[in-house]
Write a protein that binds this ligand. Structure first.
Ligand code: IDP
Ligand code: MG
Length: 162
């Protein structure tokens, strides 16, 4: 430990997860939420949003040169999206594991897309793909005051520390 420097607690790891309009319309909200919840991740923000096409373009800005970009943004703005922030050790990477591969045909059974979706254009859920994207996406979809920091009673049982 460096002398004379204050050691601050590490920031909790957080990721942005969204149930896309197809997942909301198909009544899969509870099913999807329960997979993150049962795993042991902590919900720190949640809201139902009707994104504009411009907002969808911002969210998917890194895909703007792909041929499916326009259709993708039309789709994301075609109905309510359930926007969430989940917290926990390894949640960014493991959240992607819970979600499965981009193309549901290539997603393993047991994953959200593997169990609940069929085609890539309707794969029901979004999850940040790394720490930088997670930070950017959380900031795009949520105001800082919408993120609720709290201690869950389950933490000592999940992590084995007091
Ligand atoms: P991800 O959602 O698994 O991170 P990305 O490559 O970031 O996948 O693509 C974002 C979204 O764009 C996908 O979830 C999917 O809905 C859509 N998408 C990706 N590739 C294709 C494609 O080849 N055709 C149609 N839609 C696609
Ligand atoms: Mg992505």
């Amino acid at each position: 430990m460096l002398q004379g420097q204050e050691v601050s607690a590490a920031e909790p790891e957080r990721t942005f997860i969204a149930i896309k309009p197809d997942g909301v319309q198909r009544g899969l909200i509870a099913e999807i939420l329960s997979r993150f919840e049962r795993k042991g991740y902590k919900l720190v923000a949640i809201k139902l949003v009707l994104p504009s096409k411009e907002f969808a373009q911002k969210h998917y800005h890194d895909l703007k040169d792909r041929p499916f970009f326009d259709g993708l943004c039309d789709f994301l703005s075609s109905g309510p999206v359930l926007a969430m922030v989940w917290e926990g050790e390894g949640v960014i990477k493991y959240g992607r594991k819970l979600i499965g591969a981009t193309d549901p045909q290539k997603s393993e059974p047991g994953t959200i897309r593997g169990d609940l979706a069929v085609v890539v254009g309707r794969n029901i859920i979004h999850g940040s793909d790394g720490p930088e994207t997670a930070k950017d996406e959380i900031a795009l979809w949520f105001e800082p005051t919408e993120l609720v920091s709290y201690t869950s009673n389950a933490e000592k049982w999940l992590y084995g520390v007091n």
